[in-house]
Design a protein. Structure first.
Ligand SMILES: Cc1ncc(COP(=O)(O)O)c(C=O)c1O
Length: 294
C-alpha cells in the first residue's frame, strides 16, 4: 500500500547495492496481511518500511506491533508518516520505529522540506550522505571531520525559509488541537458515509477500511460505470476538488485491479456542508451516466 516515495528509493538500492525488495500483501479490507508479513520476516530482512497511514486507503497501520516483530528479527524500521502527522499526534517513542519521515506540504507547510526523525544512537553510527559546508567540524587538505547529528546530515546552506514556514505550520496545527482536528475529520467522514448509503446503494464504493472505523479521512472512491477522471472533471466544474489518478501508488492500483481511483481528502478547511455538496454533485454525475442513452 506504499506511496512511490517509499518504493523507489529501495528499488534504487536494489540497483546500487543489490538488496532484495519484497512486499507485504494487503487484505480485501485494505489492511496489511500480517500472515504475509510473518512469512517475509522469516527471511530475516534488514529493514522493514511502511507507511503509517495510507494515502489511498486511509488505513492506519499498527506500526508498534509491526516494529516489535521486526526488531525481534533484528530489522530496522523506517516509517513514512507523511499522511499521519497531518491528522494525529504522532509520538515517535510510542510508534517504536527507528526512522520516521514526513513532508512539510502535507502539514500546511511549504514544499521541498520535511522532517526525518531518527533514533539518536542510530544517527550517530550513520555516515554523512552528502558533503559540504555546515555539516563539518574541521576541514583540512588531508581530510575532514563531521558534526554530531543532526548537523552532520544537513550539508550546505539550509532551506531556512522552508524551515521557518514549516515551524509556523506545525505551531498552527498544534494550536488547532489534535483532538478537535480529529473530531472534525470523523464528523466529515461519517457524514460522507451516511449520505453515500442513502443516495447510492452500493454503486458508490469507498476503498480501504470501513468509514467510521479507526482510519483517516482519506476517502478514495469509485462510482459504478464512471471513470475517476470523468468524476474529477465533472466535480471540478462544480468547484469541488478531488484528485483522480494512481495517487503515486501504482502497485496498489494493480493490487486493487483498477487503473485509477478518485479521492477526496477532507481536512480542517472543509465543512460538513461541503461534504453535502460533494455528495449532491456525485448524485448528479451518477444520474447522468445512468441515463439510457449513455
Ligand atoms: C504517504 C505519502 N508518502 C510520501 C509522500 C511524498 O512526499 P514528498 O513528495 O514530500 O516526498 C506522500 C505525498 O505526496 C504521501 O502521501
Amino acid at each position: 500500500m506504499e506511496h512511490h516515495s517509499n518504493i523507489v528509493p529501495w528499488q534504487l538500492l536494489r540497483e546500487s547495492l543489490g538488496v532484495e525488495v519484497d512486499f507485504v500483501d494487503i487484505t480485501e479490507g485494505g489492511e496489511l496481511r500480517l500472515s504475509d508479513y510473518d512469512r517475509l520476516l522469516a527471511l530475516r530482512p534488514k529493514v522493514v518500511t511502511l507507511t503509517h497511514v495510507s494515502n489511498v486507503l486511509g488505513t492506519v497501520n499498527p506500526v508498534r506491533e509491526i516494529a516489535e516483530r521486526a526488531h525481534a528479527v533484528g530489522a530496522l524500521v523506517v516509517v513514512d508518516a507523511a499522511q499521519s502527522v497531518p491528522h494525529r499526534r504522532v509520538d515517535v517513542g510510542a510508534l517504536g520505529a527507528d526512522l520516521i519521515a514526513f513532508s512539510g506540504h502535507k502539514v500546511l507547510g511549504p514544499t521541498g522540506i520535511g522532517v526525518l526523525w531518527g533514533r539518536y544512537d542510530l544517527l550517530e553510527r550513520m555516515p554523512p550522505w552528502m558533503g559540504g559546508g555546515e555539516m563539518i567540524s574541521q576541514v583540512h587538505q588531508t581530510g575532514s571531520t563531521f558534526k554530531e547529528p543532526p548537523a552532520r546530515f544537513e550539508a550546505g546552506t539550509p532551506n531556512i525559509a522552508g524551515a521557518v514556514g514549516l515551524g509556523a505550520a506545525l505551531t498552527y496545527l498544534e494550536a488547532v488541537g489534535w483532538e478537535d482536528l480529529h473530531a472534525h475529520e470523523v464528523a466529515l467522514s461519517r457524514r460522507a458515509l451516511k449520505l453515500a448509503s442513502e443516495k447510492f446503494d452500493d454503486r458508490l464504493h469507498f476503498f480501504g477500511p470501513p468509514l467510521g472505523s479507526e482510519r483517516e479521512a482519506v476517502l478514495s472512491f469509485s462510482l459504478a460505470g464512471v471513470h475517476p477522471h470523468d468524476i474529477a472533471s465533472l466535480l471540478d466544474a462544480e468547484g469541488i476538488a478531488v484528485r483522480a489518478g494512481h495517487h503515486c501508488a501504482q502497485p496498489l492500483m494493480e493490487r486493487l485491479g483498477v487503473p485509477a481511483v478518485a479521492r477526496a481528502s477532507p481536512y480542517l478547511y472543509n465543512s460538513v456542508d461541503e461534504i453535502d455538496r460533494w455528495m449532491d454533485a456525485l448524485e448528479r454525475i451518477d444520474r447522468l451516466f445512468r441515463r439510457p442513452s449513455h
